[in-house]
Structures are given as C-alpha cells and as structure tokens.
Design a protein around this ligand. Structure first.
Ligand code: SAM
Length: 284
C-alpha cells in the first residue's frame, strides 16, 4: 500500500472507496508529510511502546505509528472507514482496529489487555468537537499514560498552556497542568488537511507527571471546586462557590479561607494559580 499523507495517494484511496466525509465526526484528514513526521517525532514513540490512536481516519498517521511502535490500537467511530483501514494497514501485523466511540471505550481495560496495564502513549489528530471530553477522560480517568500528543484547535492548545489572568484560563488549563507538562509542538494551517477546517490547528505534547506538581488531599473535590469557580466566571469566588450546592460551603467559610490564604474576599477564580486552588481545596 502506498504511503498516505501525500495528497495524491490520499485522494486515490478516498475515490477507490467513494468515501464521503462526515462533518459530525470532525473528519479532516492530514495530507502533509512534514506535519505527520513532526507529530510522531514529538510523541517520541519507541519500539517498546503501545500507542493508542484516536480516530485513525484512513490510516495515514497509523502507518507512521505502526512503523515505530511495538503495537498500535486505533479506535475509529465511523464504520465506513473500517474496510478502508483494513486495506491501508494490511501490511502491518501490529495494529488492532476497534470500531467504537472513544468516549464509550473502557480505556483502562484496553491498556490492561494490550500493555499489561503499563503506561501507553496517546497520539491523535483529534476530532475537535470532543477534544475536551477525550483529554479529561484520559487524565481524570487515570489511564496509565506516558504522554499525549495531539492535534487540536489552536485556541484549545492555548487554553491548555495558559496561566491565571488570561481569558483562555479555565478548568481545562488546570486539569492539564495538574497532570502533565504541556508543550506546543507546532502550529498547523488549514491547508494541511482535506477538507480544510475553518479554524487554525496546533499540535500539543502533554508529558504526564509521575507526581502532580501540587499536593491535594482530595483531587475530586479540588476539581469540583475548580469547575464551580469557572462555571460562574464573572462572579467572585465567594459567591460562585457558596452557590454550588455540591460543595456544601457557606459564603462566610470561603471568605475566611480566602483571608487565610492572603487573597481578597472579592477575588475571582480566574486569578488563582493551581497551587492556590490546591490550598483552597485542602483548607475548605
Ligand atoms: N487520523 C486521521 C488523519 O489525521 O488523517 C483522521 C483525523 S480526523 C481529524 C478525526 C477522526 O476521528 C475521524 O476519522 C473521525 O471519524 C474519528 N472520530 C470522530 N469521533 C470519534 C469518536 N467519538 N470515537 C472515535 N473516533 C472518532
């Protein structure tokens, strides 16, 4: 099978199978070999690695991954792509195709079966409509991970890396930075895809920490608190948190703890660092 990623070969495969793109699945296939090489090299895939690819499409990046990894598990929702993938990946015996919705797959079980529960690498050109739920499921679901290297919408890559005081800062920034060290790999323009997306894209590499950078007694509670803070972005923390019934804290209690932390009683969630959220959660 010819190498995909070269526009001519990709178009040939699409025509052979009379494939029609489904917008609802966020299908924008990569047709730029230099971007593909950048992604797999940033992912640092090595011969001992088991890689999970989310949304292989016609198998373009899967071929690159199969060349480098011990094993690739590719989860694709669109059943029309399965016969295409069986064809484009027929030369590899280290690829397992799973025709399913990644949000319904028990990824921890998959890691247990395929890699004896040892950490895997996730590499993907993600379907943009579900980027955040996928990243959250991987991180908060405590999937054994070495790293996540993904193509996402440019704004989302910015949200993952940014700190307090910017409009992009929010629950995603804090979740990513609690579990991993984010690093921007490349900005990718729309003409590297077929069809072209109407947003800019970026590749981001998240290196999973062995131990989170802050100490939290109850992780779940800290993330409920973070969510409540950003659900009501324009409210002060004291109002936002005391209005969230799941937290069960009074306005007075929040104000007292803020004072203990040397923070203003009118501070908003968007001004707090990860460390301050951790302290707030521990004290509350
Ligand atoms: N990896 C291919 C490439 O780079 O050319 C395709 C990337 S395309 C942006 C996203 C892929 O994810 C599509 O193949 C789409 O069908 C698939 N997809 C969308 N939603 C999915 C889901 N919930 N679970 C698994 N795959 C999904």
């Amino acid at each position: 099978m010819a190498v995909l990623g070269i526009p001519r070969n990709t178009i040939e495969v699409l025509q052979k199978y009379q494939f029609t793109f489904q917008k609802k699945f966020g299908q924008n296939f990569l047709i730029d070999t230099s971007v593909l090489e950048k992604i797999v090299s940033a992912a640092q895939v090595a011969k001992e690695d088991c890689v999970l690819e989310i949304g292989p499409g016609i198998g373009t990046m899967t071929q690159y991954l199969a060349e480098r990894a011990r094993e690739v598990v590719a989860v694709e929702i669109d059943r029309n792509l399965i016969p295409v993938l069986q064809d484009t990946l027929s030369g590899y015996d280290n690829v397992t195709l799973v025709n399913d919705d990644i949000l319904k797959v028990d990824i921890r079980k998959l890691v247990e079966e395929k890699n004896g529960g040892r950490p895997i690498r996730v590499v993907a050109n993600l379907p943009y409509y579900i980027t955040t739920p996928i990243i959250m499921a991987l991180l908060e679901g405590h999937v054994p991970l070495k790293s996540i290297t993904v193509m996402v919408q440019k704004e989302v890559a910015e949200r993952m890396q940014t700190g307090p005081g910017t409009k992009d800062y929010g629950a995603l920034s804090l979740a990513v930075q609690y579990y991993a060290k984010p690093e921007l790999v490349a900005n990718v323009p729309p003409n590297c895809f077929i069809p072209r997306p109407n947003v800019g894209s970026a590749v981001i590499h998240l290196l999973r920490y062995e131990k989170p950078p802050v100490e939290v007694e109850d992780e779940k509670r800290m993330f409920s608190l973070i969510r409540a803070s950003f659900n009501q972005r324009r409210k002060t923390l004291a109002n936002g948190l005391s209005n969230a019934p799941e937290l069960g804290v009074s306005r007075e209690r929040v104000t007292a703890v803020l004072e203990e932390l040397g923070l203003s009683p009118t501070v908003r969630g968007e001004a707090l660092t990860l460390e301050q959220f951790a302290q707030l959660s521990n004290l509350l």
